[in-house]
Structures are given as C-alpha cells and as structure tokens.
Write a protein that binds this ligand. Structure first.
Ligand SMILES: [Zn+2]
Length: 396
C-alpha cells in the first residue's frame, strides 16, 4: 500500500469551510479518503508541466478534487489546432497565453485552488527552482529534452514524477520515483531516440480523447500518492491501445547503473538536454540537408506567376491532399515514390513539397540517388505556403 507523500503536520493544519465540505462530500464519505485524505489533498502542491493535451485533464481533475496548490508551467499560446484535445482552453482563447486561459478555467472549476503560473519553458536554468515548491510533478510535456529534465530534477529533489505520453491511438503512463523504490525515466530510456525518428503530435497526429484518458490516469496516480491509498504505477508502465481497447502492463526496474538514480550517479545537476537529445544528430541531418537544393515559397510563387515551366510534386498522403492543396500540385505520396518515379520528369525544374518540408527533403534525396539533378525541396512545405503566400489554403 502507498504511504502519503504529504507531511502529516502540514495536513493536520488544514481546515475546511462548510462549502468545501459540501463540495468534497463524495470524497469525504469514501473510507479511502475521508476528511483526513481531503486534508492531504488541500495541503498538496502539484506541478503540471505543460497546459496542453495531458495537462488539461490532469489539472482540471486535480483542481476539482481539491488539490490545494496547482502549479502550471507553459509558455505557449492557444492555437486552433489545440482545441481538439486541450480542454483547458476554449475557442475564444485562441491567441491567448495558455496559462491565462488555464487559470480562468481552473478558477471556474474550483475557486478554492491556488493556481500558480510559471510562464516559461521548463528548462535547465529554472527547473530545480520551480520543482522545489511542489510535492509531485505531473509531466505532460511532449518532447524528450523536457522529459529527461523533469525526471532528473525529480530524482535529485526526491519527488515523484508522473509520466504520460500519447501517440495517435496509443498512450502510456507510469510513476517514476527512485526514492520510493521505482526507476526513473533514464532507467527506462538511457539514450534518447535519434533526433527526428519519433514524430510529435503535430507531425503524427493524436486522437483527441487519448490524452484525456492518459492525463486523467496521471491525476489518479497523483491523488493516490497524496491521499496514501492503493497501489501506484511505481515500477509498472501501463500501455493503452485505444484502437484495440486494450491495456497492457510492463514491469520496470531501477537500473543500478543509471547515471542519475543509480548506485554511482555521474550526473548530479541539469545538463544541456537539447544537445543530449539530438542537436548533434540534428547537425548531421543539417549537413545532409545542405546538399539538398531548396526553394522558398516566395521564390516558387514568383516563378509560378512568371509562368516558368516547373513541375510541383506533393509527397503527402491523399487524406492530407483532401484537407489542403497547392493548385497545380501533382500528388505522389512518399511511400509510392520508388514505384512511380517515372511520373517525375528528368528535365525541367521539379519542386517537391510536403506539409512542413521534412518528407519532401527525403523525397529529393531519393530522387538524387536515382540520378535526378532537377529536384528542389520547398522550404516549410504547404504550411509555409499557407502562412506566407495563400491564406485561403487551410492549415492543419
Ligand atoms: Zn534511473
């Protein structure tokens, strides 16, 4: 059984108004919570990293549950494409800082909660100072540098770190806490994946409901650690496949050789996480990219306007072509390029585009390997075209 991570003296000093007793009555009558557990919740200080897909459900439910202090770190603004899953923000919030809409929404859910805003990117130079004020970290970040950083900082500060990640129909969550007998993020992933090998939500997509489920489970784990009930996911990774509607569980162990939480740690303070997670690989990719001819959207537009003959190839998928297209582009999805290469002329200029320029760079490389010398990559893809040239082309 889990022991509460909240200092008993702090919890004992907590009192409730009659309104609060009514608000939390469904908790108070649960033998696993009671007034004692609710006091721990009100005494608790939880930090949510990110006010996005995972941070939205965790923060909303933790606020509703009566967590006394909720910290939020984020420095993004609300975009239209966030609203499909980030329920802290509404349509009228588009363009506002996420922390402002989050603060308003959480105050509407439960005005008894102290919401502390950290309008910054969670980074090596502020992470330890921010985490120091909290009992638990709920990591709702969507990138590897932040996950390594938040895990490392929690190991050093001896605070549980509740991990969550989502990808299309798949999600996973666990609780990291070497001081509680579990592993840390580095025990699981000693090395980050090669830069660019794992697409994020913007590149790969995510079912909007999925972070709702994973983020809600992160909130449950936080509540169990605070109240001191049940068995947490410490030492277990829970994987959820929404397409099959199946949960699977994997055992995790602390690695005694882990450079952060192991028996002989070699990393004792924040490192350069961007570098660790691939700026080196990104440099290599840049060297490769340097050999790929490129064209900007403005240059393409002026050449098209001048009536210059050129072939525009769109290597996105057909369902992306349905959403938005550049007039005159010929659709040839990247996966079919090898088999349909003869459709691309070897003479005259060929411009290849995709959504943001990554897949099309790869396509130009494939063409170069096949002897093509006339293909160039459209920098920024159709997204740049929509932003800079033709706003009637929908962004996605
Ligand atoms: Zn470790």
């Amino acid at each position: 059984m889990t022991a509460s991570i909240i200092d008993p003296e702090r919890a004992a000093a907590i009192d409730f108004s009659n309104d609060e007793r009514a608000r939390y009555s469904r908790h108070l009558i649960m033998p696993e919570v009671t007034l004692a557990g609710q006091r721990r919740l009100k005494a608790a200080r939880v930090l949510c990293i990110g006010a996005g897909g995972l941070g939205s459900p965790s923060a909303l439910y933790l606020a509703a549950a009566g967590v006394g202090t909720l910290g939020l770190v984020d420095n993004d603004r609300v975009e239209l494409s966030n609203l499909q899953r980030q329920l802290l923000h509404g349509t009228s919030d588009v363009g506002r800082p996420k922390l402002e809409s989050a603060r308003d929404r959480l105050a509407a859910v439960n005005p008894n909660v102290q919401v502390q805003l950290h309008p910054a990117r969670f980074a090596s130079d502020n992470a330890q100072e921010i985490v120091a004020d909290y009992d638990i970290v709920v990591d709702g970040s969507d990138n590897f540098p932040t996950r390594y950083l938040s895990s490392d900082v929690c190991v050093w500060a001896r605070k549980p770190n509740i991990y969550g990640s989502v990808f299309r129909f798949d999600g996973q969550t666990t609780v990291f806490g070497p001081h509680l007998g579990g592993p840390c993020y580095r025990c699981l992933f000693p090395e980050p994946p090669p830069a660019g090998s794992v697409p994020n939500c913007a590149e790969a997509g995510v079912l909007g409901v999925l972070p709702g489920i994973i983020g809600t489970m992160q909130a449950i784990e936080a509540i169990k650690l605070i109240v001191g009930q049940g068995e947490t996911l410490l030492g277990r990774l829970l994987h959820f496949d929404a397409l099959k509607m199946k949960f699977r569980e994997f055992k995790l162990r602390r690695d005694p050789e882990c450079p952060v939480c192991g028996d002989h740690p070699s990393i004792m303070e924040p490192i350069d996480y961007e570098f660790f997670c691939g700026s080196h690989a990104a440099d290599e990719a840049q060297d490769e990219a340097d050999t790929i001819p490129e064209i900007s959207v403005t240059e393409l537009k002026s050449r098209m306007d001048a009536g210059e003959p050129l072939t525009l190839i769109d290597v996105r998928e057909d369902y992306e072509y349905e959403i938005a297209r550049i007039d005159g582009a010929h659709l040839l999805p990247l996966g079919q390029l090898r088999d349909r290469m003869e459709e691309i002329p070897r003479n005259g200029d060929v411009v290849i585009h995709c959504h943001s320029g990554m897949r099309s760079a790869h396509a130009v490389q494939l063409l170069q390997q096949a002897g093509y010398r006339n293909a160039a990559n459209l920098i920024g893809g159709i997204d740049a075209w929509s932003r800079e040239i033709d706003p009637t082309v929908p962004r996605y």
